[in-house]
Ligand binder design. Structure first.
Ligand code: UGA
Length: 436
């Protein structure tokens, strides 16, 4: 199959490289000349484990090429995927679809024959209908099928998620050609027994938002349970295990922490809320999740001030991890941003170390001193705060860290350090949802 991928962001680049690895002939298109040149030279625009090798090997095999010329890239394609950004629109929280529609228009104008256009970007219900309208209006001469194929990969585990998905959702308006093309594209996944699920196009669009909102709700539920655990003297990790072992609930996405962040959950929950309001069917549970999660991030700052004895003025707080989760350099809506703000407002000086995110974080938090290791961060600090659970932070020399600090206070916002070990190292420990 010849596939064109429009957009070389997280979803576009990973999907393009994985499709090429399946054996398809893939052209990735991006307007950003510098980005395309960098990728061709082996420099990835994002940090994602394994991506540089995957891009390198498939490019070397001639299955993966890059261009800034959309019209050229679209020629002769069996399917053209739109994987451009859909950020929150400034001011109202709706998804900004201008990039999607602009891409659709350009694709349609460049087509030299019948085509299947697939939206992989996360787009609100009804976007496929609008793309179809654009296609009909501009090229009434051509048979153009518009398909929705939302992506469920996670940053940091993107390649594995793409190649071994729990399911692939494909939404069509029933066109046999579209169904045949999509079946052919995903045929290599048969080996991994990933169910390919065909549904209506609007339904597919909604499934993506429903999945992200449900996961965000699960996290927010356990975060509120964590607060209750702290109040009543219970352990949230045991509560997670105790409910997660029930197959109907499942153990995943039940880790309490500083609140969800990233490029997807905050944006998609908000967009779903807006869609619900537009259709007069408010999704109240998700409205609450959005509010609770926003408040939680700043509340983590207050938790740290409390661990400092209630007064942060003139004190130094060392943050371990800044990115919204490990194995990414993504800082979008990272809890660390609200935490830094709260600490600075409380008069603290903030020092931080992150294995991959500091170059992106630095301009976002100009008052923070970036250092080169966890040990350098801890030296002379009054509190050490584990914000992001990078593997590199799991086997730190706790006695060495504690000994180097002004006051050995550890705030573990991801509950990764065993209580006994931290206490034996001399730390006063504060966790999430724990009596410790
Ligand atoms: C999320 C979804 O998991 C993917 O399925 C989806 O494709 C993607 O959004 C998207 O829409 O593009 P991602 O944002 O990469 O993926 O990251 P997650 O691993 O889902 O984590 C999101 C946030 O939730 C992080 O801040 C993480 O720390 C937090 N989280 C996750 C928790 O606090 N507790 C958990 O148990 C799990």
């Amino acid at each position: 199959m010849k596939i064109t991928m429009i957009g070389t962001g997280y979803v576009g680049l990973v999907s393009g490289a994985c499709f090429a690895d399946f054996g398809h002939d893939v052209v990735c298109v991006d307007k950003d000349t510098a980005k395309i040149s960098a990728i061709e030279a082996g420099r990835m625009p994002i940090y994602e484990p394994g991506l540089d090798q995957l891009v390198g090997s498939n490019a070397a095999a001639g299955r993966l090429t890059f261009t800034t010329d959309l019209a050229e890239g679209v020629k002769g394609a069996d399917a053209i995927f739109i994987a451009v950004g859909t950020p929150s629109r400034r001011g109202d929280g709706h998804a900004d679809l201008s990039y999607v529609y602009a891409a659709a228009k350009e694709i349609v104008e460049a087509l030299d024959g019948p085509a299947v256009i697939v939206t992989k970007s996360t787009v609100p219900v009804g976007t496929g209908d609008e793309v179809e309208r654009i296609a009909r209006e501009l090229r009434p001469d051509l048979d153009i099928q518009i398909v929705s194929n939302p992506e469920f990969l996670r940053e940091g585990a993107a390649i594995g998620d793409f190649k071994r998905p729990d399911r692939v959702v494909v939404g069509t308006t029933g066109s046999e050609r579209a169904i045949a093309v999509m079946s052919q594209i995903y045929r290599p996944l048969n080996l991994n027994q990933a169910p390919l699920m065909f549904t209506g196009r609007r339904t597919a669009e909604l499934i993506k938002y429903a999945a992200n909102a449900f996961l965000a709700t699960k996290i927010t539920f356990i975060n509120e349970m964590a607060d209750l655990c702290e109040a009543v003297g219970a352990e949230v990790q045991d509560v997670s295990r105790g409910i997660g072992l029930d197959n109907r609930i499942g153990s995943k996405f039940l880790h309490a922490g500083p609140g969800y962040g990233g490029s997807c959950f905050p944006k998609d929950t908000l967009a779903l809320v807006k869609t619900g309001q537009d259709y007069d069917t408010p999704i109240r549970i998700v409205e609450t999740v959005v509010q609770v999660n926003d408040l939680r991030k700043r509340a983590m700052g207050r938790k740290i001030v409390k661990a400092l004895g209630g007064d942060a003025r003139g004190k130094t707080v060392a943050l371990l991890g800044l990115t919204f989760k490990p194995n990414t350099d993504d800082m979008r809506d990272a809890p660390s941003l609200a935490i830094v703000q709260a600490l600075e407002d409380a008069g603290a000086r903030v020092v931080a170390y992150d294995p991959e995110g500091m170059h992106i974080a630095a301009p976002m938090v100009p008052g923070v001193t970036m250092v080169k290791s966890a040990y350098e961060a801890a030296a002379g600090a009054d509190a050490l705060v584990l914000v992001t659970e990078w593997d590199a932070f799991r086997a730190l020399d706790l006695p060495r860290l504690a000994a180097s600090m002004n006051a050995p206070t550890l705030v573990d916002l991801r509950n990764i350090y065993p209580v006994a070990e931290a206490q034996a190292a001399g730390f006063t420990l504060s966790r999430v949802g724990s009596a410790a």
